[in-house]
Design a protein around this ligand. Structure first.
Ligand code: HAM
Length: 434
């Protein structure tokens, strides 16, 4: 017999397991809870789900994210299909959503489109806690609404999502990267400020001075950060319209009681943004402390369709959300356990109980049935392990006497019932459960 060599997953990937996970954040029922909150909150804000494929033609991602961005220049998983077409695993959601939006002609179906997604993303990054080569994002994109109130609503949704999950130590960091004209003026001012200090900048930032100077503001290098402390602020270069938009976002956030800090160095690592940009950080997340981020991207849609449709959205990494919740001891609800565990003790009892299990399942009562062992100790241990409320035991003697044993697992109290009554007994117990 041939044994397969033990395989491992590629670096930077992880599995989400039902139990036995290396770290608790990798346990599936924690993810279900977050996904449930996503579905509830998006309904409350009237967002509709959109699902797109995990790969696209590579140029779908190059147009807006920017060829000098880390995502496009270093991190995309690129491959060719059999006809030598260049494809990429999706590194982020916004580009795919715009591609689908125009390709499937959603434009004329509404004036404002409020879309959300929960989807895996792929980036060839250096793996570390909170940074993986596959991560999952909950994201929203609003297309068609240019108002500053829309920006505030999107930030409010994200902030409220974290609050619903019980996450503490949240901080909204807000900035405006203005329109193209404001950015040109600012880039010149930043260039003048940095030019005499160029030799002291990190190698990466020296390169960025030529390629895309705004990215220097994102640098994590300590020397760069010190130099940047006295750099000019982009907020001083905003056009009057951009200033008005930004102060509108601020006043709406205040009206919604969302605490925020203006942070003029947030520029984001993707080129498509203009005007409002934001990041939300949470305590206890470590170095990768941006739990979610987004911004406005008016002008991006034009690259896909020629149509000028404004957009704003965010993406939040679910790995970082679960990790923060675990680190902060946020309350997770109990794992869903079956209400009833059927324990047949011989083949004929098994035959009798299988249809009963189905009858209860048809009434939406969660049931498990053991189809492996006939040993009572093993069966009861299993009922305990899975957290069933009742274990229902049927052996040869009970079958002869047409009765069945029903054990309430928490009190260990056992009731012997006529076989014909067991379903109605369990149905009533299900109705009355607290
Ligand atoms: P992003 O900032 O690149 O934005 O990613 C959004 C969030 O995804 C981050 O704040 C972080 O929580 C998570 N994330 C990113 N990369 C990784 C990684 N390697 N491992 C774990 N988590 C990660 C975007 O992707 C934009 N599309 C967001 C957006 C939507 N802007 C407008 N609409």
């Amino acid at each position: 017999m041939l044994y397969m060599k033990k395989r491992t997953s590629p670096k930077g990937l992880f599995d989400i397991l039902p139990y036995g996970a290396k770290e608790s954040w990798q346990t599936s029922h924690l993810w279900h809870e977050i996904e449930d909150v996503i579905r509830t909150i998006t309904q409350q804000y009237n967002f509709q789900e959109i699902r797109t494929p995990i790969f696209e033609y590579a140029d779908t991602f190059c147009v807006g994210i920017g060829s000098t961005s880390d995502i496009v220049s270093k991190e995309m998983y690129l491959f060719s299909d059999k006809k030598e077409r260049s494809l990429a695993l999706r590194p982020e959601g916004t580009s795919s959503i715009l591609r689908a939006f125009f390709e499937r002609n959603l434009t004329h179906l509404a004036k404002v489109h409020k879309l959300f997604y929960i989807a895996p993303m792929f980036r060839y990054e250096k793996p570390q806690k909170g940074r993986y080569r596959q991560h999952h994002q909950f994201g929203v994109e609003v297309l068609g609404s240019p108002s500053y109130e829309q920006d505030a609503e999107v930030i409010d949704l994200l902030f409220s999502f974290y609050q619903k999950l019980g996450i503490k130590g949240l901080c909204v960091e807000l900035n405006s990267v203005g329109d193209a004209h404001s950015r040109e003026l600012y880039k010149k001012a930043l260039f003048s400020y940095l030019s005499p200090k160029k030799a002291s900048l990190s190698k990466d930032s020296q390169r960025r001075m030529e390629e895309n100077i705004l990215r220097i503001l994102d640098s994590k290098d300590l020397g760069d950060r010190e130099i940047l402390q006295n750099a000019p602020s982009i907020l001083d270069y905003l056009s009057p319209e951009c200033k008005e938009h930004f102060s509108g976002v601020e006043s709406t956030l205040r009206a919604l009681n969302i605490p925020y800090k203006v942070h003029p160095h947030i520029v984001r690592g993707l080129d498509y943004y203009n005007q409002t940009v934001f990041e939300i950080t949470a305590s206890d997340l470590g170095a990768q402390n941006a739990i979610g981020a987004g911004g406005r991207y008016d002008g991006f849609a034009k690259m896909f369709s020629g149509q000028d449709i404004p957009g704003i959205g965010f993406g939040t990494g679910l790995e970082r959300v679960v990790q923060t919740m675990v680190a902060q001891n946020c309350p997770f609800r109990e794992k869903n356990a079956p209400f009833v565990f059927f324990a047949p003790m011989n083949p004929s009892c098994r035959k009798l109980l299988i249809p009963m299990a189905k009858a209860l399942r048809l009434k939406n009562i969660p049931v498990d049935i053991d189809l492996k062992s006939y040993k009572i100790q093993e069966l009861l241990r299993r009922a305990d392990q899975i957290g069933a409320s009742f274990a229902v035991i049927l052996g040869e003697n009970e079958e002869k006497e047409k009765v069945i044993r029903c054990k309430q697992m928490s009190s260990r109290k056992e009731t012997v019932l006529p076989l014909t009554n067991i379903l109605s007994y369990l149905e009533q117990a299900w109705e009355e459960r607290s």
